[in-house]
Design a protein around this ligand. Structure first.
Ligand code: HEM
Length: 170
């Protein structure tokens, strides 16, 4: 079966949907704080990767194409994306949606703001994922400065999200 990015994305979405449905049916509200702890652990892993990957791109830009250094960065970027960032994002979403449903937050103003920012973070995730492929195929044309700016976006979104969920200003 061909494994195009679209097929992989659809399979991930399907699996995520099934896991969310299973969680909603099987897990009772008494586990709320445990699920929240797991959500925060997954978020830390997701954010660690989202902050580190553009930093790897910055170093990768200055490595000559085809050099041992450049090939090493490719392996590091691919492993970071596949082993940490992708699974951590899926777990963060699944558990976050469960918390929203179980905690009755779906109608809350702060939750809508948080959801919008989490979607923006996921869009940055998609862009970084496509960029890992571009670097792997030596197709990156963006300068170091571009990756320095991209590096700041997850940081700003993270600050906004944490303030919204902890302070709940509206
Ligand atoms: C991916 C989609 C996400 C959804 C649907 C979601 C949803 C939620 C919900 C409903 C809660 C429970 C709030 C409460 O009990 O007061 C929560 C907790 C939390 N979330 Fe998320 N979240 C998501 C992503 C994120 C991201 C990206 C971050 C940080 C960058 C984050 C950080 C936190 C923190 C720190 C808490 C604990 C807050 C507290 O106990 O005061 N979440 N999340």
């Amino acid at each position: 079966m061909p494994s195009t990015p679209m097929v992989r994305a659809l399979v991930s979405l399907g699996v995520t949907g099934l896991v969310v449905a299973g969680l909603f049916v099987l897990i009772g509200p008494q586990y709320y704080n445990w699920i929240k702890a797991l959500h925060v652990i997954a978020i830390i892993s997701w954010m660690a990767g989202m902050l580190y990957l553009p930093r790897l791109f910055i170093y990768h830009c200055s490595a000559e194409k085809g050099s041992v250094q450049s090939e090493t960065f490719k392996v590091m970027e691919r492993r970071l994306l596949r082993a940490i960032i992708n699974p951590a994002m899926i777990v963060s979403w699944v558990l976050g949606l469960w918390l929203a449903w179980s905690g009755g937050w779906v109608g809350a103003g702060w939750f809508h703001g948080k959801l919008a920012m989490a979607l923006a973070l996921s869009a940055v995730h998609g862009y970084l994922s496509a960029s890992v492929r571009a670097f792997a195929e030596d197709r990156n044309t963006k300068p170091t400065r571009h990756w320095r700016i991209v590096n700041e976006i997850p940081t700003l979104l993270m600050i906004g999200i944490v303030v919204l969920v902890v302070v709940k200003p509206f």
